[in-house]
Design a protein around this ligand. Structure first.
Ligand SMILES: Cc1ncc(COP(=O)(O)O)c(C=O)c1O
Ligand SMILES: N[C@@H](CCCC[NH3+])C(=O)O
Length: 436
């Protein structure tokens, strides 16, 4: 089934303005300033429910863990914790934010290929749900910390299953030459498992893999299930190891432009469950809890960045540049991954679209392009330009390049808006700069 066009799905009000969560986007900009990242909270909740419901319908044990690198904000942790999800963190900073957002420590898992000793210590002190162990150095660091503190922790073994996800090479992580996880083929993963199960301070809950990000079809996950279950079978035969959980990571795709056609959340989950059921029963293993870690698929489509149009440059017969007051500092994805976005003129979304323009930011880089071929009505300075689907890996990858402050972020729902991250000020930017 082909998804409808994004521009057919936009919501507008009586004034003919684009709305987000029932709030007029022009009012948002006038109240909170520009650029502004506005989330439609109902979209986040609806995606969460689609993932959860598919597990509930299949009546299998599961956990949905939000990959918080997609959008790490105290309010977001509060929201997902309230919806019953866990979260994964990849740094001390994300851990602190998750705890501040009231995420129960036992629902937190810690990922990363180079967890610092101080971060491992924070995780142990908080007694989080599990540490997803990535390499031998980490096992050594963790062992030392556990000994010093005379305590224990639950762990999960991250393996690189040797699967190349069909996505951009920078966001593909399951292949053998990935920097993440223990390689299966060379026997590293088996050696790691042995070390962990022999360590009385580490309680091995199961295995984890993550094949990549922005994946549209379940095929790669089904292949990952096959590899992981065959690994579990070997480990069961060799070590009597029985996994309590099988974590298949995140990577479920989101829609940025019309040509993106990701499978719906429930399709991914249904196909994963069917394959786990089949393979686990063939291998005659105990049925594990199935964990998934969606990040982008929960946050991306819920977020829209609102910019104000400034200058323009027309090179007749070549191109038309429309500049906005943000750019690669709030959305690095086009420059980093050639990611594609759409643009909507929020003050008159239904006006005749008569020009193809290049929407560029205000940063001193020629690559600071937000939308390459945006079909828009004629724009004027002061117009509000909306770039949809910026809710994942936008704010979290933002920078202060050119000493531009990072934007504010609001949550919108049922016609109400709430500021959840305030705009940085020039004073904020000078906070750490001590001078001579
Ligand atoms: C281990 C792990 N889990 C989950 C995710 C979330 O991925 P996505 O945002 O594509 O769902 C990532 C990021 O790619 C990851 O590295
Ligand atoms: N930051 C990436 C995804 C990385 C996923 C994390 N392993 C993106 O914007 O698409």
């Amino acid at each position: 089934m082909k998804l409808t066009s994004l521009s057919d799905e936009i919501a507008t009000n009586e004034a003919g303005h684009l709305t987000i969560g029932g709030v007029d986007t022009l009012e948002l900009v006038s109240k909170y300033g520009s650029p502004l990242i506005a989330y439609d909270v109902s979209k986040i909740k609806s995606q969460i429910n689609h993932f959860k419901q598919a597990f509930i319908d299949a009546d299998v044990p599961y956990r949905v863990t939000y990959a918080s690198k997609a959008f790490s904000a105290v309010a977001m942790y509060q929201l997902v914790a309230g919806e019953g999800l866990g979260c994964d963190v990849v740094s001390g900073g994300e851990l602190v934010a998750a705890l501040k957002g009231g995420m129960p420590a036992k629902r937190i898992e810690f990922h990363g290929n180079n967890k610092l000793p101080v971060e491992l210590e924070m995780a142990v002190d908080a007694q989080i749900g599990c540490i997803v162990v990535d390499n031998f150095q980490e096992i050594a660091f963790l062992n030392k910390i556990l000994k010093e503190k005379d305590t224990t922790i639950s762990v999960v073994v991250r393996v690189a299953p040797g699967i190349e996800a069909e996505t951009h090479k920078y966001i593909s992580t399951g292949q053998e030459n990935s920097k993440f996880g223990f390689d299966v083929h060379s026997g590293q993963a088996k050696k790691a498992l042995k070390e962990l199960i022999d360590n009385p301070r580490m309680n091995v809950l199961g295995v984890h893999c993550h094949i990549g990000s922005q994946i549209f079809a379940a095929r790669g996950f089904v292949m990952a299930v096959d590899k992981m279950v065959s690994l579990l079978k070997q480990w069961n035969e060799e070590f009597g190891f029985s996994a309590k959980l099988l974590n298949l990571g995140g990577g479920f795709g989101a829609r940025y432009v019309d040509s993106d056609q990701p499978s719906p959340a429930e399709d991914f989950v249904e196909q994963i469950i069917a394959e786990v059921k089949k393979k686990i029963s063939e291998a005659n293993l105990e049925f594990p809890e199935i964990w998934i870690e969606p990040g982008r698929s929960l946050a991306a489509e819920a977020g829209t960045t609102l910019y104000t149009v400034g200058s323009r440059k027309d090179v007749e017969g070549v191109c038309h540049f429309v500049s906005v007051d943000g750019g690669m500092g709030d959305n690095i994805r086009p420059a980093l991954y050639q990611a594609k976005y759409a643009a909507i003129l929020a003050n008159k979304p239904h006006a005749l679209k008569e020009q193809i323009v290049t929407v560029v930011g205000k940063y001193c880089e020629s690559g600071d392009i937000l939308v390459k071929d945006a079909l828009l009505p004629i724009t004027h300075p002061g117009d509000t330009l909306a770039v949809p689907s910026t809710g994942a890996y936008g704010y979290t990858m933002a920078s202060n390049y050119n000493r531009n402050p990072r934007p504010a972020v609001v949550f919108c729902e049922n016609g109400e808006s709430k500021l959840i991250i305030r705009r940085e000020t020039y004073e904020d930017l000078l906070n750490y700069d001590l001078g001579l």
